[in-house]
Each structure stands twice: as C-alpha cells, then as structure tokens.
Design a binder for this molecule. Structure first.
Ligand code: GLP
Length: 243
C-alpha cells in the first residue's frame, strides 16, 4: 500500500492522487468499483478532508473517477486513445471490440461559402452536403461529427441513406472514393449546450475539437468538424528524437 511522505516537497493531495492511480492501474480498484469514502481515506492516510477532496476532485476532472450523487465515487473506464491514423469511426471501434453506432442528427445541402470553396477548391455556391451524426460505442455517446462533402465528388450523396452505415464505406462503394491522405487538428474546448446534451455531459465540460481533412489524389473530399468527449478520449504519440 502506498504511503504519504509528509517530508516530501510533492503536495500531499498529489501523493494521494498517485496512490489512487496505482490502485486503479493494478486493478485493486477495478472499473466501476467504489473508491473508499472520504472519511476512510482521511483515516488511512492521515490527511485532512480538504486534501482528500482535492485529490479526488482532480481524478474526477481527469476522467479517472466519476461521481454518482448519493452513491459515491467510482473508477471510470480507461480512456480511448484517439487514433492518429486515417481510419473511420466504424473501423476504429470494431478494432477495439466495441459496437459502432450513428444517429443522424441533420442532413442538408448548402452552397459553399468562401471558406468551404477554398477547402474543397470549388467555386463558391457549389453544393456541399453536410451530415451531422452522433457517434456511439456500445450505445454510449462518444462524439458529434459534422462531415462536409462537396457534391462534385459524391453527387447522389443527399439521397443515400446512412443510418448506422459507415460513411467511409458508402463513399467507397457508391462513389469510388478511397482516401489516400489526411490531416487533423485537435484543440481543447468547452461543450456548448447542444453538444453537452447529446454527449451526456454537464454543461461546460471539456471536449476535444477536431478538424479533419481527408484527401483523394490531392483533392479534399471531406472536412469533418467534430466534438469528442475529453473524459473518454486521450492522445498518445511516440516522440521523435530531433536530429
Ligand atoms: C472518423 C472521422 C470523420 C469521419 C468518420 C467516418 O470519425 N473523424 O471525419 O467522417 O470517421 O466514420 P464512419 O465511416 O464510421 O461513418
């Protein structure tokens, strides 16, 4: 069992945070298990209530623990590593053994404004089909995705039903689109009211804002602007040695 070192320069709440994380990592505190009560933690580690609360609050904010009002604080599932490869949501979820899902929120065709015209290299006013979907994994909401695709590359798209189907599969089988390059930016953000409701988050929760451009033969075919749950996703990347 980890111990708090009162002589250490590391703040005590941080030491407790590390102890709890070790217990989670070693599965001594498994997923969905309750953590000991505040009082027990205070006694076991000889800490003040404020220090214990600070450690637990941190872990809740980081998405490692979750609170159920009136019940206690529990161990959250490990976060999903955001893929830094050009894969579809469907492929990514299946590779993790999770069942991908999609709920259509909105579909519309709009004339390209100056920004979209530039992104897709089409004249302003060209039709762009917008598909807004709530993406789920084993039924749990994970992301709101807004895909923009110019009709020049997929003319019949507005009449193509999607429901649970993979957009990338439909683009390949119906329109012969196979992506060969992509780029993505990821930023921190705060869920707006609509996205918070869709994603089952408290208003003002942290989210990850993604913009992905996917290309075929040097032409941008999809611009996706998405909101991902920051409590369910994390980023991991190898670090290159500078030369
Ligand atoms: C990822 C990308 C989106 C893309 C989606 C397609 O989530 N971020 O840009 O639209 O995959 O997924 P699917 O083929 O499952 O509909």
């Amino acid at each position: 069992m980890g111990k708090i070192d009162p002589t250490s320069p590391v703040p005590k709440y941080f030491q407790l945070r590390e102890i709890l994380l070790d217990l989670i990592e070693d599965a001594e505190l498994p997923v969905d298990a309750p953590i000991p009560s505040e009082r027990e933690l205070c006694q076991r580690y000889r800490l003040s209530r404020m220090t214990v609360r600070q450690a637990v609050d941190h872990l809740v904010t980081e998405g490692r623990l979750y609170r159920v009002p009136g019940k206690g604080t529990f161990v959250a599932r490990p976060k999903i590593e955001m893929p830094l490869r050009l894969v579809s949501f469907t492929e990514d979820m299946r590779a993790r053994g999770l069942e991908p899902g999609a709920r259509d929120l909105d579909r519309r065709t709009t004339p390209a404004n100056a920004h979209l015209a530039r992104v897709f290299d089409v004249p302003p006013g060209t039709g762009v089909h917008v598909i807004e979907r709530l993406r789920t994994a084993d039924g749990e909401p994970m992301a709101v995705e807004r895909s923009h695709i110019p009709l020049t590359v997929a003319p019949g798209l507005p009449d193509t039903p999607l429901s649970d189907a993979s957009l990338y599969d439909v683009l390949e089988t119906r329109f012969g689109i196979v992506f060969d390059a992509g780029e993505q930016t990821i930023e921190a953000g705060i869920a707006d009211t609509a996205d918070a409701r869709l994603l089952d988050l408290a208003r003002g929760s942290a989210v990850l804002l993604l913009q992905r451009r996917s290309f075929m033969n040097g032409t941008c075919v999809e611009l996706a602007v998405s909101t991902y749950r920051a409590d369910r996703y994390q980023l991991h990347s190898a670090l290159e040695i500078p030369r």
